[in-house]
Design a protein around this ligand. Structure first.
Ligand code: CA
Length: 224
């Protein structure tokens, strides 16, 4: 899961980033609305935590631009107690939730989990694809009674595949989501991780498999 934090108070921004990273989220953070909008427009994030009072461009404007550009990433606004009007405007402009500062860690994480939960996903601790389950806490990939532990990168790749079943994910997208824009990770790194993952999927006799879309990327499919 990849989260964008747009917050100009450095201490709060660092704290948010830390908390989220400790809870296995991938985090990008920026300190002004203009950068926030640019990052958010990539559509790469599973959730955006957006402060309202920001330099260059305020959070409400960022949100308006985003929704106008048909980016539907869940947005949680951060508001000060006094921003009641902003809160209402924000929800009217397409925010999905808001959190009043100061907040406690538990509440923040619960809200983020709620926002990133996909429709139809019942078990919040694990993803499921035709009986193949991926546990978010333990990184265990299981089928029937068999399980295998994934490394962090294998987990991150599998998470993207299982959240977007039957959809081709390009190698470029894996790299952007897992390593970030500025990384010098190459396509063959992805290929190596995919081959590790395939061996692990095979080792638990899963009916699902990672298929190659030649020259494009990969997708998860149930074997028929
Ligand atoms: Ca602020």
């Amino acid at each position: 899961m990849k989260i964008l934090v747009v917050e100009d108070e450095a201490a709060l921004c660092d704290a948010l980033t830390e908390i989220l990273k400790r809870n296995q989220y991938n985090v990008d953070s920026v300190d002004n609305g203009e950068d926030g909008l640019e990052y958010a427009l990539t559509g790469l994030y599973d959730c955006i935590i957006l402060d309202i009072m920001l330099p260059i461009m305020d959070g409400i404007s960022v949100l308006k631009h985003l929704r106008k550009a048909k980016i539907s990433t869940p947005v949680m606004l951060l508001t000060a107690k006094s921003d009641i009007d902003d809160k209402i405007t924000g929800l009217d402009c397409g925010a999905d939730d808001y959190l009043t500062k100061p907040f406690i860690t538990g509440e923040l994480l619960a809200r983020v989990r709620a926002l990133t939960r996909r429709t139809g996903e019942v078990n919040v601790d694990a993803f499921d694809f035709h009986g193949l389950t991926l546990n978010k806490q333990t990184y265990m990939l299981s089928y029937d009674s068999q399980s295998v532990k994934l490394s962090l990168k294998e987990y991150q790749i599998m998470e993207i595949l299982i959240m977007n079943p039957n959809q081709i994910i390009t190698k470029e997208r894996f790299i952007e989501k897992i390593w970030g824009f500025e990384s010098d990770v190459e396509y063959n790194n992805i290929e190596v991780y995919i081959s590790f993952l395939r061996k692990k999927i095979q080792s638990i006799n899963s009916k699902a498999s990672i298929r190659t879309a030649r020259g494009v990327g990969y997708y998860l499919e149930e074997k028929t």
